[in-house]
Design a protein around this ligand. Structure first.
Ligand code: GDP
Length: 478
């Protein structure tokens, strides 16, 4: 019997990083995604002061990260795309234009429904799923809730305005999530549009587009005049092909809530993005802490459908209550099981809320999945002026060793914002403020998400303290 470190952490309501650290101290350098055996798991459970409680096989079976699909059953699936970029650069216009471009007049009598996500056909006939809530805030909030649904990020940059602070934030949020970027240089119809300038500025953020000898695709578009939308869809299809996105359609469905509401006429309604399997009318499911039975499925055209496969967004009717965006829906075999799992999840959620998560020094490091033995110390850095921010980034990079290294998720001048906090929360990173403080909204989210701030006004103090923490991460025996 084995279990992944993350799974064990979830069950104990502890942070995965804390378990990795404890294992590291026990002489086992593993990442959160690796599995450990039962004896090791039991040792850890005791170490963390929890009681050992064997769970039923049925319980393991619902924990989706534990059961891996047979590679022979995997089928290609549509990419899931999020549109990001600076305010007013045309994210909403582009989302509308892309969807409109595809709805042929009179076809199937469908009416556009905003359900939180929609699908369009690319010129080569493949399908793309777009999340309807643009911006990196929604993207990172979902990620903070453990839902990594986005496969590809479209960075919209207005050609007449160029790279702006939220463009750069978007780049950093996508990078932190390891999501590939396609650049849509928008508003090329406008006087003063300078796409080349955008490509050049992107270089400063390590986004090297193909025209500049790199590998990031860029497409000049006009959401207003509907220019080159096909080219953008082609670029997405190509990116998806490279990624070889696949899922097993032939199993009990699993999906992620992208939107949920209480509808006056229809009761609780959630838009589910199916991740794998096929969701059908009549299926019994658990969704977050709610359970239910699928009464009806409604697609993005407002039409009732009988089933929804991987990457397809559908509204699900028949929920017992309103779940939260980012919650997981899992189909189970019977109602007793659904109630059991829902009760278990409710209990877990309660535990999480009541457990006063210690804001400890040990809480914030993560091991890199692909480089098993290098521990990362992630940080978000904000300062009063760009010059000091750069100096801090350089100084911190110098602290990196072969065993542990600083990973700057985002840095910039200005107050600490909500965006900084959600990014830090999603990655378990502290936020370093150099002569700056969080705004009220950021502070509120930080309290809720238990994000830690470190304030300084002398760079030397900052590096000294970070160095100490990094040494602590490696354990006392080093
Ligand atoms: P968002 O804040 O990024 O969602 O941007 P919007 O989609 O709301 O667009 C902001 C403004 O830019 C609106 O007035 C749009 O009409 C305008 N806009 C969007 N795309 C284009 C474009 O391709 N060309 C021109 N000229 N204007 C555009």
């Amino acid at each position: 019997d084995t279990i992944t470190v993350q799974e064990l952490a979830n069950r104990m309501a502890e942070k995965g990083a804390d378990l990795v650290k404890a294992l590291f101290k026990m002489g086992m350098p593993v990442t959160v995604n690796q599995t450990i055996d039962q004896d090791t798991a039991e040792l850890l459970v005791t170490e963390f002061g929890h009681e050992i409680k064997r769970v039923s096989e049925a319980d393991i079976d619902i924990r989706h990260d534990m059961d891996v699909d047979d590679p022979a059953k995997l089928q290609p699936r549509a990419p899931v795309v999020t549109i990001m970029g600076h305010v007013d650069h045309g994210k909403t216009s582009l989302l509308d234009a892309l969807r409109g471009a595809n709805v042929q007049a009179g076809e199937a009598g469908g009416i556009t429904q905003h359900i939180g996500a929609y699908q369009v056909k690319t010129p080569d006939g493949s399908i793309v799923t777009f999340l309807d809530t643009p911006g990196h805030e929604a993207f990172t909030e979902m990620r903070a809730r453990g839902a990594n649904v986005t496969d590809v990020a479209i960075l919209v940059v207005a050609a007449d305005d160029g790279l702006k602070p939220q463009s750069i934030e978007s780049i950093n949020h996508a990078k932190a999530a390891g999501v590939p970027i396609i650049v849509a240089i928008n508003k090329i119809d406008k006087e003063g549009a300078n796409p080349q300038r955008v490509r050049e500025r992107l270089l400063e953020h390590e986004i090297i587009v193909e025209a500049m000898g790199g590998e990031v695709q860029d497409v000049e578009v006009s959401a207003l005049k509907k220019t080159n939308l096909d080219k953008l869809l082609d670029a997405i299809a190509l990116q998806a092909e490279i990624m070889e996105l696949k899922a097993n359609p032939d199993r009990n469905a699993e999906g992620t809530v992208v939107e949920a509401k209480l509808d006056k006429g229809r009761g609780p309604v959630a838009t589910i993005l199916v991740r794998r399997g096929t969701l059908r009318v009549g299926d019994i499911f658990v969704c977050g802490a709610e359970s239910g039975r699928v009464r009806a499925l409604v697609n993005d055209q407002g039409q009732q459908v009988k089933e929804a496969g991987p990457s397809m967004p559908v509204e699900v009717l028949g929920l017992g209550g309103v779940p939260m965006a980012g919650d997981t829906l899992v189909v189970v075999d019977n109602e007793a099981r659904a109630r059991e799992v829902a009760a278990y999840r409710q209990e877990q959620a309660l535990k999480k809320r009541t457990a006063q998560a210690p804001v400890s020094l040990e809480g914030m490091f993560s091991a890199l999945a692909d480089k098993a033995n290098v521990i990362e110390y992630p940080v978000v850095i904000k300062g009063d002026v760009q010059g000091s921010v750069e100096a801090i980034v350089n100084a911190l990079n110098k602290l990196s060793t072969d065993e542990i290294r600083v990973r700057v998720l985002h840095s910039g001048a200005g107050a600490i914002t909500e965006s900084d906090v959600t990014l830090a929360a999603a990655t378990n990173a502290p936020i370093i403020g150099f002569n700056v403080r969080p705004n009220a909204k950021a502070r509120e989210i930080a309290n809720r998400e238990k994000v830690r701030f470190m304030y300084y006004d002398v760079i030397y103090h900052l590096t000294e303290e970070v160095a100490k923490e990094m040494a602590g991460e490696l354990g006392p025996e080093r």
